[in-house]
Write a protein that binds this ligand. Structure first.
Ligand SMILES: Cc1cc2nc3c(=O)[nH]c(=O)nc-3n(C[C@H](O)[C@H](O)[C@H](O)COP(=O)(O)OP(=O)(O)OC[C@H]3O[C@@H](n4cnc5c(N)ncnc54)[C@H](O)[C@@H]3O)c2cc1C
Length: 452
């Protein structure tokens, strides 16, 4: 057991002092906007190939989603379009600590989606077809086998879908470790360095304007997480993206009641490397209505219908805050990206109460274990809950990688490898066509095949 149980170890990733970079390079082959797992993984793969890459992060590395997530690294339950990239990602995760020379807390503890009734069991059975197509080790286990893993807690369920090769890692370790490795490989990683916009000449990117100066470049990857839609809108590019707030808690170290990850309508729980558990409510996400909700309603209707039972909709300050934001801005003065260095929503106290109650009910063995830290993260999602990747807009050299929809941590390293190949024009073993932004505008049906 670790001694770190009562410190704010998750918040520490994104609440340290911000120091402006000493200098800003004048030029780069590639500039990446965003220091989440997608941005830093791409930077790492590019730098290893000798590409001169600069990554600009407005706040801290892993300050937003990549440092606040549940830490699940799963193949199970994904949309088939994501699986080739996810399987590649899993290969990378297995070797990651060795490659980086740093611990990232990765272990293959397995992933369980429990079934309360025949309906849930049937839907798990359906996903087995996908698992078979991709030769995954996913299988259905009955209550008796589940009890071998969970003891008497298993008796409440009929059984579960189980992927033994799925894993978990520590978000507060992984992304910063990849960023350090990228730096060692030659990437320039700038934190406290907001990108205000881009410059173009003759229809092509010519530079990136940061708060610390302009970087000449012909290739930009916008991996700005929950900010991508706002950033792109200023360039005349419509990226359908909405935000939902997820509330998360961390317990003190406790007995091992679970080796990996478990999801049920009451609880999402994973064993942590420090011996505690990262816990969330299994069926509550907050969405505060904003002008974007109405702008993109039509595209998000299928996802809204699918998630209607778990979404808690509200309207309040966020609506008016977004309404008041400029759609375009001067690149010579402070922008919203500098005003909000780290998107740090408050955890929802009602959800926290629900987490405590559900945890005690489902795992009575944890009833006396204190919650020692809680936080929230703003998940950004696309209309079909699958990422949007590729070159976009009318300015050549401008690419996006966003919309990882609540499951981008696990796939992040694989995405980074595929993105590096995309940006250098190298042969990509992963087909990125299914991720093109234009699928939302070319009449293709919008069908979410997984959940957030
Ligand atoms: C509560 C929660 C639970 C989750 N659980 C899981 C899970 O268990 N497993 C899983 O696989 N995924 C999970 N996810 C999703 C996962 O965390 C994200 O999909 C993933 O981290 C996205 O990575 P990213 O690099 O695209 O974005 P982010 O990590 O959000 O990084 C984007 C970065 O861009 C920066 N930025 C934005 N605009 C600018 C600008 N103009 N200039 C400079 N920098 C800028 C931001 O500050 C931010 O740091 C969860 C997410 C949340 C919030």
């Amino acid at each position: 057991m670790s001694t770190e149980n009562n410190e704010k170890i998750v918040a520490a990733t994104w609440s340290g002092p911000l120091t402006a970079p000493k200098s800003c390079p004048k030029k780069a082959d590639v500039v990446i906007i965003g220091g989440g797992i997608v941005g830093v993984s791409t930077a790492c793969f590019l730098a290893k190939q000798g590409i001169d890459v600069v990554l600009c992060e407005k706040g801290h590395i892993a300050g937003e989603q990549s440092g606040r997530n549940w830490g699940w690294v799963r193949q199970q339950g994904r949309d088939p379009r994501e699986l080739p990239m996810m399987i590649e990602s899993m290969n990378i995760w297995r070797e990651l600590a060795y490659e980086l020379g740093e611990d990232v807390g990765f272990t293959q503890g397995g992933c369980l989606f429990t079934a309360n009734d025949d309906k849930e069991m049937n839907s798990h059975h359906q996903w087995l077809e996908t698992a078979k197509d991709f030769e995954l080790d996913t299988r259905i286990i009955q209550r008796e086998e589940l009890a071998q893993q969970l003891g008497s807690s298993a008796l409440r369920w009929l059984g579960a879908m189980y992927t033994a090769s799925d894993g978990r890692a520590e978000p507060h370790k992984a992304t910063p470790a990849i960023a350090r490795a990228a730096g060692r490989a030659g990437a320039t990683i700038l934190t406290s360095c907001a990108v205000r916009g881009i410059e173009s000449a003759a229809g092509a990117i010519s530079g990136v304007v940061t708060e610390h100066g302009t970087i000449d470049t012909s290739v930009v990857l916008c991996a700005a997480g929950a900010w991508t839609s706002y950033f792109c809108r200023s360039l005349g590019i419509n990226v359908p993206q909405l935000r939902v707030r997820g509330t998360v808690a961390r317990t003190a170290p406790a007995a091992e009641i679970l080796a990996g990850n478990l999801f049920d309508e009451k609880i999402g729980i994973r064993r942590r490397q420090d011996g505690g558990y990262t816990v969330a409510h299994g069926s509550t996400l907050d969405h505060s209505l904003t002008p974007s909700t109405f702008r993109f309603t039509f595209k998000f209707l299928p996802a809204l219908m699918q998630e209607i039972k778990i979404l808690r909709l509200s309207i309040g300050r966020d609506f008016f805050d977004e309404l008041a934001l400029p759609k375009r801005w001067s690149l010579d003065s402070v922008t919203e990206f500098e005003r909000v260095r780290v998107l740090n929503p408050d955890p929802n106290p009602r959800v926290l109460k629900g987490i405590r109650k559900n945890m005690d009910e489902v795992f009575p063995q944890l009833a006396d274990v204190p919650i020692v830290e809680s936080w929230a993260g703003m998940v950004e999602t696309s209309p079909d809950v699958v990422p949007m990747i590729g070159e976009v807009g009318n300015i050549s050299g401008f690419y996006i990688a966003t919309g990882f929809s609540g499951h981008g941590f696990g796939i992040g390293p694989g995405a980074g490898k595929a993105l590096a190949a995309m940006l250098t024009g190298a042969d990509n073993t992963i087909d990125l066509e299914p991720f093109r932004l234009s699928r939302f505008y070319d009449g293709s049906p919008i069908r979410p095949m997984s959940t957030i």
